[in-house]
Design a protein around this ligand. Structure first.
Ligand SMILES: *[C@@H]1O[C@H](CO)[C@@H](O)[C@H](O)[C@H]1NC(C)=O
Ligand SMILES: *[C@@H]1O[C@H](CO)[C@@H](O)[C@H](O)[C@H]1NC(C)=O
Ligand SMILES: *[C@@H]1O[C@H](CO)[C@@H](O)[C@H](O)[C@H]1NC(C)=O
Length: 448
């Protein structure tokens, strides 16, 4: 009966889809925890969904992202993905996370694309030289040197790389705007495919002498060295490998937000800067390494990095936050992001976190998180994080919108201007009217 009820609700939601799709893409349900077996399940977005009543905190959870990975491999870097394959609860939610470890003196995350995702990366340790190449016919290389706390954006589908130019290990976390972003490592896809690409095709595409086709065998060695790397990169920049998928697309490389209409085009509520005038600063933010002051009534501070801080995020559907929590009870109070799913990784401390499913279940799903643990808060659902440790806590979180929005429940209900009629709140919360007027008289501060 429960399954039948779910299917009924699902059918109603499916019928409502033409209206729901008016704005951002929506999963049309709280979540769809991926399972392999169609028993008791509904088929959505390429995966079967688990019956929502059977979903548990474990479905939204991953641990171990605090562990440094072994970078002894030909390129000197290791990517640890946390997507729908690791967290089945990410299915349909349009976001994922990676940790990237880079060896000292030249660890390279080689030129690659994510066909279905924009990436927003924050450096935690080390010094990275990063860049991406715009599509044809410009093929402009936009680069930047990043230090801890720096944030950089790689627009969807564009070829990009990170290179450790420091003498120490480097570590970065990055959020990607798909639960299954895909990776195409350019050198491997071009020179290492199975079966191999026709040599004549490669000779013509890369305008190489046919004798140089042994180039293929040398690719992995070559990629270790900076000078040759730059040469290879310049060649690759001229190839057009950009995949466009069926996901919502910005329909251009990027649309750097500007305030004024001069030389601009109106897209998604913002004007775009002329792409030829875009530079690395448009995709960059610094300072996310700095602990924030949490001396406020809730004991937490959210530092957002969205389209307001990085104009290059406009239309790209992703953003990042740092959250600092005071020891002994720092709280990121119950709130929703109307336009984004959130994927959070704990760097320091111990957090008790949770979210509540929508009516009529209103089920609370909670988990205690330690460093390296990852948890997902599905789009639009009320959620919170609470520091239950005796030290401060720090987390980074990716959000699947360049402008996710925040609705802090207590502030929206008891603190709006002008206030909501107390009779409405008295009835809605079944409270004594004196309590409602007391709550309405309080000052509700934001932590973001
Ligand atoms: C890292 O991997 C290499 C090659 O697989 C191995 O020889 C080495 O012992 C590993 N190092 C650590 C610290 O595990
Ligand atoms: C847009 O205008 C606001 C307010 O005048 C200003 O603070 C902001 O820096 C401007 N943004 C850009 C990208 O020019
Ligand atoms: C943090 O903010 C509080 C209140 O605004 C202030 O009194 C305190 O000095 C600040 N602490 C630091 C370390 O800046």
């Amino acid at each position: 009966m429960k399954t039948a009820h779910f299917i009924l609700v699902f059918c109603l939601l499916a019928l409502a889809s033409p209206f729901a799709y008016a704005s951002d893409p929506s999963p049309l349900q709280d979540f769809c925890v991926a399972i392999n077996d169609p028993k008791d399940a509904v088929f959505v977005n390429g995966k079967f969904c688990k019956d929502p009543k059977l979903a548990k905190a474990q479905d939204f959870y991953y641990s171990g992202l605090n562990i440094p990975r072994n970078t002894s491999n030909p390129v000197g870097s290791t990517v640890t993905p946390v997507n729908v394959a690791q967290i089945p609860g990410l299915n349909t939610l349009g976001i994922s996370l990676v940790r990237i470890d880079y060896a000292p003196n030249g660890g390279l995350n080689p030129p690659h694309t994510h066909p279905r995702a924009t990436e927003i990366l924050v450096v935690v340790e080390g010094t990275l030289y990063v860049g991406f190449v715009t599509s044809n016919t410009d093929n402009r290389l936009i680069t930047k040197v990043l230090y801890p706390g720096d944030v950089f954006v790689f627009p969807i589908g564009l070829i990009h790389f990170q290179f450790n130019v420091g003498k120490t290990n480097a570590v970065a976390f990055a959020a990607l705007s798909s639960q299954n972003p895909g990776v195409i490592t350019v050198a491997n896809a071009v020179f290492g495919s199975n079966p191999p690409s026709n040599t004549d095709v490669l000779v013509k595409a890369f305008q190489l002498d046919k004798n140089v086709h042994t180039f293929r065998a040398c690719t992995s060695i070559m990629m270790k060295r900076l000078q040759l790397f730059v040469a290879a990169f310049a060649i690759l920049a001229f190839s057009s490998l950009l995949a466009s998928a069926s996901d919502p697309s910005p329909l251009q490389d990027f649309c750097v937000a500007v305030n004024d209409t001069k030389n601009g085009v109106f897209v998604n509520g913002k004007f775009c800067k002329d792409p030829k005038l875009a530079n690395a600063e448009d995709f960059f933010y610094s300072g996310l390494n700095i602990p924030r002051n949490t001396s406020n009534p809730v004991g937490s501070t959210v530092t957002p990095v969205n389209v307001a801080q990085i104009p290059g995020l406009n239309t790209l559907g992703i953003s990042l936050v740092r959250i600092d929590y005071a020891p002994y009870g720092g709280l990121n109070p119950p709130h929703t992001h109307p336009r984004a799913t959130e994927i959070l990784v704990v760097l320091e401390g111990t957090l008790y976190v949770g979210f509540v499913t929508s009516n009529t279940d209103n089920r609370l799903i909670t988990k205690v998180l330690n460093p390296g643990d990852v948890f997902v808060f599905p789009v639009g659902l009320i959620h919170f994080q609470f520091n239950i440790g005796n030290t401060k806590a720090v987390a980074f979180a990716g959000l699947s919108s360049q402008n996710p929005g925040v609705i802090t429940i207590a502030n929206a209900v008891f603190g709006p201007n002008p206030p909501i009629n107390p009779d409405v709140l008295t009835k809605a919360f079944q409270l004594d009217k004196n309590i409602v007027t007391y709550l309405q008289s309080k000052f509700w501060s934001d932590n973001n």
